[in-house]
Write a protein that binds this ligand. Structure first.
Ligand code: UDP
Ligand code: MG
Length: 322
């Protein structure tokens, strides 16, 4: 591998044995557009299929390629973090392994970086080959996160982006364990710009983000960047209490005015159930925040590395890259 690459490509991989061969084919010409030495950092996020041997084979054949094998599956956001931590380049490009992020536009992204931008994110103008359901849930996801969070996260951007060294350093100084990467980069600031692209269908295999994981990411995004749910819960609680007090006063007035006496067990029952439900919801929301505090306080490492595999030592192996 080159001593100090200008560009680091960070690619998280989880069970992508079918996509890897296509990926390398497409990467080759894309990388050739870049105006400096490149390292390609694959983060193998505990794949259970043949991804690991395939990647390690690549690393042996190509000195630009380096593999970080995590000790188990830590999830996409953590895999990206692990890759960034190990990236040596002056500019770091994060992209998915399934070719939904077209490598052809990294040249343009690099161009913007040379022009002085710290964060160049790729913005989807169209999605292809994804079910109407996935598109609808993804769109709801962005709207929800943005409506509730204090940091404006650019619409239709995923984790495909180029970042400068100093943006990467800022990111690494953010110690949160539950990482919502796109929100964190929005928070970091610096000069940012977008490069539009068409998100094509996955080249092979299936999504690693089924609905439950999407929901988890959405909840993470909201909780990490906003205390709106806590405030909302407080207001709902206040509203219910006010209603209960007013209702109480009203029944007393009714009684004093000599209105007909109502046994009222039904209204009591409804009120009890309603309040129990409201209480449990509020506790749940508070629990989400407390849970994050707990994770943070435990202070465990974000991830563990099983091994790092990089190309052959200088002098041996493939001469084409050096
Ligand atoms: N990925 C990962 N760890 C996971 C899930 C996914 O590293 O636990 C990787 C996956 O291999 C891919 C990228 O993250 O390179 C995005 O995943 P996917 O394409 O399944 O998500 P989608 O594009 O469907 O939202
Ligand atoms: Mg994908």
């Amino acid at each position: 591998m080159t001593a100090s690459p200008t560009y680091s490509l960070v690619i998280p991989v989880y069970n992508e044995e079918q996509a890897i061969p296509f990926l390398m084919e497409r990467l080759e010409p894309a990388v050739a557009q870049l105006d400096g030495p490149v390292e390609i950092l694959f983060v193998n996020d505990g794949s259970a299929d043949r991804s690991r041997p395939l990647l390690e084979q690549l690393a042996r054949e190509d000195r630009r390629v380096k593999i970080i094998n995590l000790s188990r599956n830590f999830g996409h956001q953590i895999a990206i973090t692990a890759g960034m931590e190990h990236a040596a380049g002056d500019a770091i490009i994060v992209m998915d392994a399934d070719l939904q992020d077209p490598p052809e536009i990294i040249g343009e992204m690099a161009h913007h970086w040379r022009g002085g931008f710290d964060i160049v994110y790729a913005q989807r103008i169209e999605r292809q080959g994804e079910s109407a359901f996935k598109r609808a849930t993804a769109s709801a996801f962005y709207k929800l996160v943005n409506a509730l969070s204090d940091t404006a996260i650019p619409l239709d951007t995923g984790d495909f982006r180029l970042i400068s060294r100093r943006a990467r350093d800022a990111f690494m100084h953010m110690p949160e364990r539950e990482r919502f990467v796109r929100g964190m980069f929005a928070w970091i600031g610096f000069k940012q710009c977008a490069v539009p692209f068409v998100r094509s269908a996955r080249v092979a295999g299936g999504t690693k983000y089924p609905l439950p994981r999407m929901i988890r990411l959405a909840v993470n995004g909201v909780i990490s960047f906003s205390d709106v749910p806590l405030r909302l819960v407080m207001y709902i609680g206040l509203a219910i209490t006010t209603f209960a007090i007013l209702y109480g006063i009203w029944t007393v007035i009714q009684r004093l005015a000599g209105a007909e006496y109502v046994p009222g067990w039904a209204s009591l029952f409804v009120a009890t159930v309603l309040l129990t439900g409201a209480n449990m919801t509020m506790l749940g929301v508070i629990g989400l925040y407390v849970g994050r505090i707990y994770t943070q306080v435990k202070g465990r490492p974000m991830y563990l590395i099983d091994s790092v595999v990089s190309g052959p030592a200088p002098g041996e192996g493939d001469p084409k890259n050096q």
